[in-house]
Design a protein around this ligand. Structure first.
Ligand code: GLY
Length: 375
C-alpha cells in the first residue's frame, strides 16, 4: 500500500458541540482537501505558513486542497518566535480579510507551534471567530500545540500573554513531513511525547523505552507514538479545557524548562524549548526523589531514556554559562506564581504519577538548584 492511501489514525477531542478529530498518518497533506470538504463542504481557505515550511510543503497542501475544489490564498510570515507579535498578527488578519473569507471559511496554519499559535489566534478574532484547521508540520506541534485550542502571541512582558482559547474544526498531522525536520528538532519534539508517558501513562513510557528507535526512523511506531500522545492530550483537554486544574499537568518539566530558556536568552543555538523541557522533566523527577516523593530509581530511568535519545538532562548539558541558583529561581518565580514563599510545580510520585504541587517552598527549590548546578 502506498503511504498516500494508508488509513490515518483518528483521535477525537471530545468537547461537546466543539468536538473535533485529529487525523494522523503519512501523506495527509495530499488529501487534506478531501478530509476538509467532507466535514466543511463549500469552504474557502487561507493558508498561513512561514517561508521555510512554504518551501517544503505549501505546494503539496495547495494541490491537495485544489483537488477537492477548495480555493486557498497563502499568507507567508517570517520563520521564528518573533512572528508571534502584534505586527505579524496584523499582517495575518489583513491577509485573511484581503482574501474576503467569511466566518464559516477556514484559516489553515501550516507549520510549527509559532504559525499555529499566531494563525489560530487570528482565526479566533477575525469576524469574532472563524473556523480553522491545524496542519502542524513539527513533532512538537503535532503532539502538543496544535491540539487543545491554546492560541496567542508574545509581548514585551512575556510569552503567550495575549491570546484566546479557540478550538480548531480539525487537525491534520501528516507524519511524513516530519522527515524534513532536523534530528535536533525531532528530538526536541520527542521530549513532549515522553512527557505524556511521564504524566499518567506509565505503559506508554515503557513502550517508548522499547520502541523509540522505530519512532525516530518513521513507520507505524511513529504514527502510534503521535496518536498515543494526542489521545493523552485530548483526555486532559476534555477534562479541563480552560486550565483551571488538571491541564496544568501538561506543564511537567516546563517550570524548570522555561526558566532555562529565559536564562539562555531564548538563544536556540544553546537551547530549544523541547530541550529545556527534557532537562526540566529530569529535574522534576530528581527533585521529587529529593523530597522523598518518588524513588530515585524512577528519576534514573527518566534520565537514562532521555539521554539515550540524545536529549539533555542536566544543567551542565546546556552549552555556555548559566546564572547561579538565586537567579534561576528568579526566572522560575517570573514564570509561575509565588504565593507566600511557595511555588507551584508539577512533581511526581513515580513514572506516570505526576501531580500538581501548589506549596513547594522556595528554599527547597533553591537548595536543589544549587546541588544541580554542581553536578
Ligand atoms: N501546551 C500545554 C497546553 O496545551 O495546555
Amino acid at each position: 500500500m502506498s503511504d498516500a492511501i494508508a488509513a490515518p489514525a483518528t483521535v477525537k477531542v471530545s468537547l461537546g458541540a466543539r468536538s473535533y478529530d485529529i487525523l494522523i498518518g503519512p501523506g495527509l497533506l495530499q488529501r487534506a482537501g478531501a478530509e476538509i470538504a467532507r466535514r466543511l463542504p463549500g469552504v474557502r481557505a487561507a493558508i498561513v505558513t512561514d517561508a521555510n515550511v512554504a518551501e517544503n510543503h505549501l505546494a503539496t497542501l495547495q494541490a491537495g486542497l485544489s483537488a477537492a475544489g477548495i480555493e486557498a490564498a497563502a499568507i507567508t510570515v517570517a520563520p521564528g518566535e518573533r512572528s508571534k507579535s502584534f505586527g505579524t498578527l496584523e499582517e495575518v488578519v489583513s491577509g485573511i480579510l484581503d482574501a474576503r473569507l467569511e466566518r464559516g471559511d477556514i484559516v489553515i496554519p501550516l507549520g510549527g507551534g509559532v504559525v499555529g499559535d499566531l494563525a489560530g489566534f487570528a482565526s479566533g478574532i477575525v469576524r469574532r471567530g472563524m473556523h480553522f484547521v491545524q496542519a502542524p508540520t513539527s513533532l512538537l506541534a503535532q503532539v502538543d500545540s496544535s491540539v487543545g485550542g491554546k492560541t496567542g502571541i508574545n509581548t514585551a512582558h512575556g510569552k503567550n500573554l495575549v491570546g484566546v482559547f479557540h478550538q480548531p474544526q480539525l487537525v491534520i498531522a501528516d507524519t511524513a513531513v516530519l522527515d524534513t525536520l532536523s534530528p535536533r528538532e525531532f528530538r526536541a519534539g520527542y521530549a513532549e511525547v515522553a512527557k505524556y508517558g511521564l504524566i499518567d501513562r506509565p505503559d506508554f513510557f515503557a513502550w517508548l523505552e522499547e520502541n523509540w528507535q522505530a519512532v525516530f526512523s518513521g513507520g507505524v511506531e511513529r504514527v502510534e507514538a503521535i496518536a498515543q500522545s494526542c489521545r493523552a492530550k485530548a483526555d486532559v483537554v476534555a477534562r479541563d479545557e480552560l486550565e483551571t486544574g488538571d491541564r496544568a499537568l501538561l506543564n511537567l518539566g516546563h517550570t524548570f524548562g522555561h526558566a532555562l530558556e529565559a536564562a539562555t536568552g531564548y538563544d536556540s543555538a544553546r537551547l530549544v524549548h523541547g530541550e529545556g523541557v527534557a532537562i526540566g522533566m529530569a529535574l522534576a523527577h530528581r527533585f521529587s526523589a529529593r523530597l522523598n516523593l518518588a524513588s530515585p530509581d524512577d528519576a534514573g530511568r527518566v534520565e537514562t531514556h532521555l539521554a539515550a535519545v540524545g536529549l539533555p538532562t542536566r544543567l551542565s548539558d546546556v552549552p555556555g554559562d548559566l546564572p547561579g541558583a538565586e537567579r534561576l529561581l528568579t526566572y522560575i518565580a517570573q514564570d509561575k506564581k509565588v504565593s507566600r514563599g511557595a511555588l507551584t510545580f508539577i512533581l511526581t510520585h513515580g513514572i506516570g504519577r505526576s501531580f500538581v504541587a501548589k506549596d513547594v517552598p522556595t528554599s527547597q527549590v533553591l537548595s536543589f538548584l544549587e546541588e544541580s548546578l554542581s553536578q
